[in-house]
Write a protein that binds this ligand. Structure first.
Ligand SMILES: [Zn+2]
Length: 76
């Protein structure tokens, strides 16, 4: 059984548990909207989102996880 790369719970297909998987999906969907509206790039977006107070703990975890990857852009 694969475990979540962030929290160690049982993971789904992308090496994230269902909570972090959902947070990751939300992050990507929201990015598409931001990118269309402002032209912001992925790294700028993650940086921005991580500084918003309302951003949930699950999403923050995902951002921190993405940032530790060798190439954050491949995680889009
Ligand atoms: Zn997790």
């Amino acid at each position: 059984m694969t475990i979540c790369g962030i929290c160690g719970r049982d993971a789904l297909e992308d090496e994230l548990c269902r909570y972090h998987h959902e947070a990751s999906n939300n992050l990507k969907v929201a990015y598409e909207g931001w990118n269309e509206a402002t032209g912001i790039n992925w790294e700028e977006y993650l940086d921005r989102i991580s500084q918003i107070e309302e951003t949930g703990r699950w999403v923050i975890d995902v951002i921190e996880y993405i940032m530790t990857q060798d190439d954050p852009l491949t995680k889009m």
